[in-house]
Write a protein that binds this ligand. Sequence first.
Ligand code: EPU
Length: 429
Amino acid sequence: MEHRLEIETMGKIKVFGPQRANGEITISGSKNSALPILAATLLTDEKIILHNIPNLADVNTMIEILENAGKKITWDESSLIIERYSNMNSVLPYGPVRRMRASFNVLGPLTIRNGYAKVALPGGCSIGVRPVNFHLEGLKKLGIESQIEHGFTHSKFIGAPEKVHISLPFPSVGATEHLITTAVLLDGTETILTNCAQEPEIVDLCNFLISMGAKIEGHGTSNIKICGVKELYGTEYTIIPDRIEAGTYAILGAIMGEKVTLNNVIEEHIFSLLDIFEKIGINYTMKNNILTIEGISKLELSPVDIETATFPGFPTDLQPQLMVLLSLIPGRSSITENVFKTRFNHVDELNRMGAKIFVEGNTAIITGVTKLSGAPLEATDLRASAALLIASLIADGETIINNVDHIFRGYEKLFEKLEKLGLEIEYYE
Ligand code: EPU
């Protein structure tokens, strides 16, 4: 069955609040696992079947890129069947690559397989400056020389040494994924990556690559060893549930839940959020991959000081959503953003709803208010959109969120899931 979802318009959401959430939903497959795993399918011509893939705008952008590179891709419910369609094309068009940063991860595999590649350089985005220097410096050590001309990266494979050691200046998720995906196919090269990211999505990517025949050790720690192989093979693989989607609905449940039940949640992936819930005083139970959040009484809640960090720390991708919760807790809380230091686009919008948030450097200082009030708002990115949606559902009166389509990059079946939780929103273009 062929079904696609693309962002073509910039729609609006109208919400009347406050609303209460009550119901049960199932968390979808992880966007940030699906994207690097899809990029890694370029490592073989054999057939790959991936299960639990969320049908999201970003996933469809990656599919478009893979099709440009010579793959034939078919949806079957929430699975993707990926096959060879034509010779591999390693010169990719600007449009889809520019649209989504994760697409840069195709550069390494394409260069190794075809000897050269030309891929658009991703630009900055609304959550901050997003350079690719760790990617390019790491690829260089793996034998890929790159030059940037007219907004494109032109890369050439000149051969890799027998032993490579790459120490990342910061445990970048994308760079770790890109370098692993490249090193696995360097026959005869042993690569040691240190200070690499330990996110569950990295572990998922490595497990997928191992199922294709890759030799990787240490994934899930900050030191990964890869022994390159000559060839990788077809496989069938199921990706992990989306911990950021789970965290978003968990925060929604904490703010406005009578009882919100989330199926398909891996506890170890959201420990840092559950730990914060405990400090704040939010009641939850977690059993057999089911997270249940009960209603809260604001009087019993305590403010907290939080820092975002790489895994297993609290994820930057839940920072805007958590800020909505903290802005409703009496007292002074704070969030220090250590991953994308300027990721505070949502702050002015929340303040327009009556929140009291003040940003100093990379720290937001939040003084709890008793309620938020509906207002016209502007969404700027995926997680900010999710935060504004949660805020609008709890706020008094009408909120209109403009440019809200960013949200479809990361939340599958959003309207269906909100409806299952008894929440009403109106979408229009
Ligand atoms: N960085 C560099 N140079 C590089 C790469 C990264 O300086 O070459 C810096 C970044 O500027 C940033 C920090 O390192 O300050 C971390 O960036 P990272 O590379 O880890 O981020 P990413 O791989 O581009 C992924 C997720 C993001 C998530 C971050 C952090 C995907 C597709 N994207 O991005 O997800 O915020 O890791 O966890 O996996 C989202 O889903 O909303 C989202 C933005």
